[in-house]
Design a protein around this ligand. Structure first.
Ligand SMILES: [Zn+2]
Length: 271
């Protein structure tokens, strides 16, 4: 396994010890009671067992204390915004660890779709300024950027299979090993090889169907890059897991292994 594909390292010594103590204090303090209605309004929260809900609350406590949220374009940052975004982000690491978000420092939140300016070098060597609108972005060594109205609706509506918070935080998990390739950090090298092959097969099939114009279950956008395939599959894994398991069993299985969660079993129980 190359260094680039190493799983997140566990820091040891005094630093880790004091961080553990600080986190334990945060978790013990818990979440304010008046935040609970915001969490209870998220359908995925009600599907979690009591034990998993407590774990999610503990993750949220630490996440909110350690990550910076900034409102952009006049958006005033409020607890409700922080809590609803944190809850969705922490669902992904419910059975992982905060280490998986060690490269998430700042979350920039716009009221709605935002403009993004970039420079691109054309084939003729000319630098072009481009501008487009976006709902979310994840920068490899930078912030996550979200549109609040979509982050809010995405958390409350699991039926559309679209969730920008899941999507952008999945990118951050993918980026953790330094390469944005649709392969999140896996524990063992042989797991990574198997993952790459199986995910690639599913993505190639998806891309061929998109190119033929055949109806596809996962979002078309997943056909553009393996990293996007992982991100859109993650959205579906947490939003419509029963359908994903039925339509893309291989993909469901790979995500279940990585996230160490079985949301289809949770949904089946809730039905
Ligand atoms: Zn993406």
């Amino acid at each position: 396994m190359s260094d680039n594909h190493a799983p997140p390292r566990i820091h040891s010594g005094m630093f880790a010890w004091s961080r553990r103590r600080r986190r334990a204090r945060l978790v013990k303090r818990g979440l304010p009671a008046d935040w609970m209605p915001w969490l209870e309004a998220l359908p995925f929260v009600s599907q979690l067992t009591q034990k998993d809900q407590h774990r999610l609350h503990a993750l949220i406590c630490v996440f909110l204390a350690e990550k910076d949220f900034e409102g952009c374009d006049g958006l005033e940052m409020r607890d409700k915004i922080r809590v609803i975004i944190a809850a969705q982000a922490c669902l992904l690491i419910l059975n992982l660890d905060h280490l998986f978000y060690q490269k998430v420092n700042t979350i920039l939140v716009y009221p709605s779709v935002f403009r993004h300016r970039s420079q691109q070098v054309t084939s003729g060597g000319v630098i072009e300024n481009r501008e487009h609108t976006n709902l979310g972005e994840a920068w490899p060594n930078g912030p996550i950027v979200l549109a609040w109205d979509h982050a809010y609706q995405g958390g409350r509506n699991p039926n559309d299979g679209q969730n920008t918070v899941f999507h952008e935080f999945a990118h951050k998990l993918d980026m953790l090993d330094g390469i944005t390739d649709g392969i999140p950090p896996l524990t063992l090298a042989h797991e990574e090889d198997a993952w790459r092959k199986r995910m690639n097969t599913a993505m190639v099939r998806h891309r061929e169907m998109v190119e033929r114009g055949s109806p596809v279950f996962l979002d078309d956008y997943g056909a553009t890059h393996p990293a996007e395939f992982f991100a859109v599959a993650t959205e579906m894994f947490f939003e419509r897991p029963l359908d994903l398991r039925k339509r893309e069993a291989e993909v469901y299985d790979l995500l279940k292994t990585f996230y160490r969660q079985d949301p289809a079993a949770r949904s089946a129980k809730a039905e």
